[in-house]
Design a protein around this ligand. Structure first.
Ligand code: ZN
Ligand code: FE
Length: 229
């Protein structure tokens, strides 16, 4: 039963910001905070006031707005325990399996190391929503900077076990470049070819290709297709 309202906006060069609003309680979370001004403009546009920042990982393009937004709104900053020392203003530290109350619902935490060592993803089971940060992208996955390829693969496997209808929001608009790479790996995948055409069209009109769904990724994202020849 979906009742949270979602507002996604582009910011920085290719990041996405997302606001998650619970109309029952009036609370609003920003998924990461790429830059304070863009998050504030989105809040103003919706008329929502910020109560939380849910941080996925420590990179500056995901935490750059933390301190300014906290100073302005008094919001609670939630983030990965394993990267707590690197998350500006962190109040609440979460780890694998933790369940956190947000608004009138709850969110579950997966640790998904690979891109960074302590990255976490947020799964709102009741809403069929996953915020995958820089772990899983439309048609791709995050560059493995701090972890190992094995770590990234076990992180992706956690996400692959979620229901196929899960709607996935990720941190960046990388889909067009990802599609070219995916096609080089699986040129014969008809679902992928059709999706790549659609993506070209969408990007030509500056439409976001995020969110995606797990089912769509399982059919077309080469990083989730270990059984494909
Ligand atoms: Zn990152
Ligand atoms: Fe990023």
């Amino acid at each position: 039963m979906t009742h949270l309202e979602i507002y996604q906006f582009a910011c920085l060069s290719d990041n996405y910001g997302v606001l998650l609003h619970d109309p029952k309680t009036g609370e609003t979370a920003s998924i990461d905070a790429p830059e304070a001004a863009a998050v504030r403009a989105a809040l103003d546009e919706k008329g929502w006031s910020l109560s939380h920042i849910l941080t996925t990982h420590h990179h500056h393009d995901h935490t750059g707005g933390n301190l300014e937004l906290k100073q302005q709104t008094g919001c609670t900053i939630v983030g990965p325990k394993a990267e707590a020392a690197k998350i500006p203003g962190i109040d609440v530290q979460l780890a694998e399996g933790d369940v956190y109350d947000f608004g009138s619902t709850t969110v579950q935490v997966f640790e998904t190391p690979g891109h960074t060592l302590g990255q976490i993803n947020y799964w709102f089971e009741n809403e069929n929503l996953l915020f995958s940060g820089d772990t899983l992208f439309s048609l791709g996955c995050g560059r493995v900077f701090e972890g190992t390829l094995d770590q990234m693969w076990s992180s992706l496997q956690k996400l692959m076990a979620l229901p196929g209808g899960t709607v996935i929001y990720s941190g960046h608009e990388y889909t067009l470049a990802n599609a070219a790479f995916a096609l080089s790996i699986e040129p014969g995948n008809a679902a992928l070819r059709a999706r790549a055409e659609l993506i070209k069209e969408m990007r030509a009109h500056n439409e976001p290709t995020v969110p995606t769904t797990l089912q769509l990724e399982l059919e077309t994202n080469p990083f989730l297709r270990p059984d494909s020849a």
